[in-house]
Design a protein around this ligand. Structure first.
Ligand SMILES: [Zn+2]
Length: 278
């Protein structure tokens, strides 16, 4: 599935890399009457799970081609890793991608950067990511401080991505401009350097908010409901609540790697927020 949006001189294309099942094991607060009500209202079993997208984005300006996140590759199994095929079916070759902006270095965002033999899927691309994110995944002491993540292979994958793009990695300070009209937005908590990407052109503004939300069904209605993958749960929660409150009062379109469609955040009369699709 592919969706195109025009933002001034940019075209943003959402590419569905795969669908994951967001369960109450991941968002434990959803194992509740409130969770059951949301699941049922969406036509799902009362105990969930909720099917949610994993997206990568193509950002095009004239003949410049960029990605924002890269999908899972083979990390989560054969039902995922559809981004390269989506690019090709849109008429682009993988070696035309010149830059890849990463929200963070979890497997569903970077697994698609490397082939099975460890080489770069996008041979001409430079990686752009927050300097805190690069520092964390590059720090040799991080795996011993985060043994569960190490067991899951997250450091091995991050290191293989950094190796494949060695010499073509640009760490960016908070709020840095990646190119005119495109900037990093620090949204830390999910990971140490977790960032959104803001695109502004022609009087329009779009925020790709990374993993601030993993399930729009559950976490917009109940922003307090966190996912187990947040590395600093208190900071991630604070980031989500502040961002949603801000977005509810400004004219910014939002989408994300785990959001279907693009739209505006509104306060919901019954509590929480809703995404009104454009
Ligand atoms: Zn994710």
């Amino acid at each position: 599935m592919i969706e195109h949006h025009t933002i001034g001189e940019f075209t943003l294309t959402t590419m569905l890399d795969g669908i994951f099942l967001c369960s109450t094991d991941m968002i434990t607060a959803a194992a509740s009457d409130e969770g059951a009500a949301l699941f049922k209202r969406a036509g799902l079993p009362a105990a969930g799970p909720s099917p949610e997208p994993i997206n990568a984005f193509l950002l095009k300006k004239n003949d410049e081609l960029w990605l924002i996140d890269a999908g899972c590759g083979r990390e989560l199994g054969p039902r995922f890793g559809k981004t390269p095929a989506a690019l090709k079916s849109a008429g682009y070759a993988l070696d035309q991608i010149q830059g890849i902006i990463l929200s963070h270095m979890h497997e569903d965002h970077i697994g698609g950067l490397v082939t099975e033999d460890g080489s770069a899927v996008y041979p001409n691309a430079t990686l752009y990511l927050a300097e805190e994110e690069l520092a964390f995944w590059s720090d040799k002491t991080s795996p011993e401080h985060h043994p569960v993540m190490a067991q899951l292979g997250l450091f091995t994958l991050a290191h293989s991505a950094l190796r494949a793009y060695q010499g073509r990695i640009k760490p960016l300070p908070a709020n840095a401009q990646v190119m005119p009209g495109v900037s990093m937005v620090p949204l830390h908590g999910h990971t140490p350097g977790h960032s959104g990407v803001q695109i502004e052109s022609g009087g329009q503004r779009v925020l790709i908010w990374g993993d601030v939300i993993h399930s729009t069904l559950l976490q917009l209605r109940y922003p307090d409901w966190s996912i187990g993958f947040d590395m600093d749960p208190a900071q991630a929660l604070d980031t989500r609540k502040r961002l949603l409150e801000r977005l509810a009062h400004e004219d910014t379109l939002v989408t994300g790697p785990h959001v279907t469609g693009i739209g505006h955040i509104h306060c919901c009369s019954s509590g929480g927020y809703e995404l009104k699709l454009k």
